[in-house]
Design a binder for this molecule. Structure first.
Ligand code: ADP
Ligand code: MG
Length: 325
């Protein structure tokens, strides 16, 4: 097998954009210590390097939900001592912490396999449309839970939209608009073309809007990382969009007694099952939408599976594959 990291612009190498789910970095039961996150990322890096060793050229993106939640909570706790940072600035901190851990763990794992390949994290801004209907309908819960009285204060002081989150308390919700373009896509493309291992669009990228003069500004919103991943996968023209999460396959009647795990889905199947409500908006919905968009834009296939099954899935032996046929 040709070693792509020794070559420049080798067209015949299979290119794969990997979108890492929250679970690859932080598990539900974890407290979120640096040690826990490093341990998870070390395990993730081992799996990713197996793919690199097998000859696939990778480009990586990752979620940031739990990490940005912790940063927002720290801001809240320190609000009487230090200025509170807006959501876009808090979000921008996460590619630093996660990118750092990934860069270090990947480097160490690559080195132990004798692979000379440099990894870089690229802070990414994702352009959204001010007029996106989602901007008027905040739906995505973020950050800590509040009491009823705190929620009243924050509504008044900060102008936030706060909802009661399934009986667990009150939570801020922000818009989750569609990614339209990626500000740094040209440099990402150049580095990818040169064969470097790039970590980009962490947490879906920092959402920005353009004003009349063409200047960009951060907004208080979040972008789904799978949708940003899909957009970049199409821009770069990679072969496969791979979304690694905590389920082996997409299922019908998920977690019900009549659950059916799916090996393959056509775009038509996706639309049909989506309309039946098989894929909830906060979890599987955006992955299916990301897969459909990538395939419709000419991508070969999108795969949804778990980290451990990534290699088997690329060989057609595991996971759920979404394609045009
Ligand atoms: P990630 O952090 O990887 O993006 P999400 O929680 O957003 O993870 O999405 C993955 C989750 O989607 C799974 O853990 C599973 O609980 C849920 N899910 C919802 N519907 C389905 C479905 N039809 N098939 C498989 N998983 C589903
Ligand atoms: Mg998700």
């Amino acid at each position: 097998m040709t070693r792509w990291w020794l070559l420049k612009r080798h067209e015949s190498i299979m290119k794969v954009l990997i979108a890492l789910g929250g679970n690859a970095i932080l598990k539900h039961a974890d407290r979120g210590t640096a040690e826990e996150q490093f341990a998870n990322i070390r395990r993730t890096s081992k799996e990713l390097v197996k793919l690199i060793e097998a000859g696939y050229q990778l480009i990586i993106t990752h979620g940031n939900g739990p990490q940005v939640g912790d940063i927002l909570l720290k801001n809240e706790i320190a609000r009487n001592t230090l200025p509170v940072m807006p959501l876009d600035v808090c979000g921008a901190e996460t590619p630093g912490m996660i990118g750092y851990m990934l860069q270090q763990c990947l480097r160490n794992e690559l080195q132990s396999h004798g692979i000379k390949l440099q990894t870089v994290t690229l802070l990414t801004q994702t352009l959204i449309d001010k007029e996106d209907p989602a901007m008027k309908q905040p739906t995505k819960p973020i950050g800590p839970f509040y009491s009823s009285s705190e929620s009243l204060r924050l509504r008044q002081e900060m102008g936030w939209t706060i909802i009661s989150d399934s009986g667990r308390g009150y939570r801020r919700v922000v818009p989750s608009p569609y990614p339209r373009s990626i500000i740094e896509s040209e440099i990402i493309g150049k580095l990818f073309g040169e064969g470097f291992l790039i970590i980009q669009s962490g947490g879906g990228g920092i959402p920005v809007v353009k004003d009349e003069e063409g200047n960009i500004h951060g907004v208080e919103a979040v972008i789904d990382k799978d949708l940003s991943a899909s957009l970049l996968a199409s821009i770069l023209g990679v072969d496969i969009l791979m979304m690694l999460t905590d389920v082996e396959k997409v299922a019908l009647n998920y977690s019900k007694p009549n659950e059916i795990k799916l090996d393959r889905l056509s775009v038509g199947d996706c639309r049909l099952y989506e309309a039946q409500g098989q894929f909830p908006p906060g979890s599987m919905g955006p992955k299916i939408e990301a897969a459909v968009r990538f395939v419709e834009a000419g991508g070969q296939a999108a795969i949804i599976t778990s980290l451990e099954l990534a290699k088997a899935a690329l060989e057609g032996k595991a996971g759920t594959t979404v394609s045009n046929s």
